[in-house]
Design a protein around this ligand. Structure first.
Ligand code: ADP
Ligand code: MG
Length: 252
């Protein structure tokens, strides 16, 4: 009976910029949560299928493309204990066009994911670097929208534009977090300070440092905790998941 009442939280990780750490964060927030004994489903909504590939999943039998086109559930792949994946493939690129004429086309993913909500504690969706139909589907399927940003020149400007675009469709950004942070770079330090000042409670306290292990783990097809449990990247994502759990519980 308890299980029936359980309703997982759905988090979309998005940014219309590429290379900011969306996929890295989806994987490692997901695996961090599973290390905290949460049951997690990762959903790869990017036709470049980096998340699928980075977890060493090759030629999956069923992909999110088939689910979207056939309006049918697909079976998740178990990656590690408590961490399952709905994989993507290159053919997902066709979905934008093939679904463009359908009614309620922004809600297809939401319907596909709904039956998973009682089964998982967290469902994490990784998006392509655009605000097209795939990202819209992810937004409308999710409870929360998280935005990873790099502490660079124009970071806040990019955030403002993204925020406006998301507000226009009646949604809002729930949390922002900084990735690839290098304390030796004065610019990184200054921008991080101004992001925290400007965004207040919308910014997670945890900052994800620039860490080579995070870039190496995908080549081994594993998450950061499996690759190197002791590195800064593992530490940072582990702390971040603590904030994620608290945010999803309290809304703060
Ligand atoms: P996105 O999904 O936003 O395009 P990725 O997660 O694929 O971004 O990251 C882009 C590149 O940067 C990848 O090669 C990834 O391994 C690397 N990367 C991501 N986060 C970090 C980090 N904190 N430190 C070092 N490299 C990182
Ligand atoms: Mg990506």
């Amino acid at each position: 009976f308890k299980n029936i009442l359980k309703m997982g939280k759905i988090i979309t990780i998005a940014n219309f910029k590429g290379g900011v750490g969306k996929t890295t964060s989806a994987i490692n927030i997901g695996s961090g949560l599973s290390r905290r004994r949460k049951k997690v489903l990762l959903v790869d909504m990017d036709p470049q299928y980096n998340l699928t590939q980075s977890l060493g999943i090759t030629d999956p039998q069923q992909t999110i493309y088939q689910a979207l086109i056939n309006k049918a559930q697909i079976k998740p792949i178990e990656k590690t204990k408590g961490l399952d994946v709905l994989p993507s493939s290159l053919e997902l690129i066709r979905a934008e066009i093939e679904l463009s004429g359908e009614l309620k086309r922004e809600y297809i993913l939401s319907n596909i994911i709904a039956p998973f909500k009682p089964i998982y504690d967290f469902i994490i969706i990784d998006c392509p670097p655009s605000l097209g139909l795939l990202t819209l589907n992810s937004f409308f399927a999710s409870d929360y929208i998280y935005i990873p940003i790099e502490a660079e020149y124009l970071a806040l400007k990019g955030y403002t534009i993204l925020n406006e675009a998301i507000n226009k469709i009646g949604l809002e950004i729930d949390k922002v977090f900084i990735t690839k942070y290098d304390s030796r770079k004065i610019l990184n330090r200054n921008v991080t300070e101004s992001i925290k000042e400007n965004l207040g409670h919308k910014a997670f306290k945890t900052v994800i440092r620039d860490n080579i292990s995070l870039a190496e783990a995908p080549a081994k097809g594993v998450d950061i905790f499996t690759y190197n449990d002791k590195c800064n990247g593992a530490q940072d994502y582990f702390y971040l998941t603590k904030e994620v759990i608290s945010h999803c519980k309290t809304g703060k």
